[in-house]
Design a protein around this ligand. Structure first.
Ligand SMILES: *[C@@H]1O[C@H](CO)[C@@H](O)[C@H](O)[C@H]1NC(C)=O
Ligand SMILES: *[C@@H]1O[C@H](CO)[C@@H](O)[C@H](O)[C@H]1NC(C)=O
Length: 175
């Protein structure tokens, strides 16, 4: 009798685990590499201070300063190359000494195979370091339940125009 009970519970357990596996499927790993083009100034700025547009130069080291950004993201490094997504979000200078910004951003895919999906990025960005890393904390569309990480490297920055190009590689696990 006892052994029948045990067999039954094992069968039940196997059924439950097979069932939940079938529901969630297997995790896929997607790697991608992009370039963010940021214009921190000028008539077509893609980053402004949240208090509103101003003719004064932006200060990126004032604790508490908040910025809104809508950067074009491309697969090629060239300015004006085919748009794949936009990096839409906010960052707030979150270190007293101005070294770090808290970034909360959606990568909104508007072209290509991920069109209509988004990835959510969050992290503490060491803005004077060449290399940075942030977490991928979620996503929508084909990236539902996503998690992963994104690395960043500023490849060029023009202090006169405010134009910068940042390369980002992402590794994302999703169903
Ligand atoms: C800003 O955008 C307008 C409209 O797309 C364009 O004609 C103009 O050349 C741009 N200006 C700069 C400085 O990029
Ligand atoms: C992205 O990956 C390429 C190719 O592996 C590498 O050369 C580059 O340094 C990486 N950049 C970042 C920011 O991780």
């Amino acid at each position: 009798m006892a052994s029948i009970k045990i067999t039954l519970s094992i069968i039940l357990f196997l059924t439950i685990s097979i069932h939940s596996k079938a529901e969630l499927g297997l995790l896929k790993e997607t790697k991608m590499s992009f370039y963010y083009h940021d214009y921190a100034g000028g008539p077509n700025a893609t980053t402004i201070e949240a208090r509103g547009p101003s003719t004064e130069p932006l200060s990126f080291i004032r604790f508490g300063a908040s910025f809104v950004t809508d950067d074009p993201i491309t697969e090629e490094i060239e300015e004006g190359s085919t748009l794949i997504a936009r990096g839409r979000g906010t960052y707030v200078i979150s270190a007293l000494d101005g070294t770090h910004a808290q970034v909360v951003m959606s990568i909104v895919f508007i072209n290509g195979e991920y069109k209509g999906s988004t990835l959510e990025i969050q992290g503490s960005y060491a803005q004077f370091e060449r290399l940075n890393e942030a977490a991928v904390v979620g996503g929508t569309g084909i990236f539902r339940l996503a998690r992963g990480y994104a690395t960043y490297e500023v490849l060029s920055y023009d202090s006169v125009s405010g134009y910068s190009v940042t390369q980002s590689n992402m590794t994302v696990l999703h169903y």
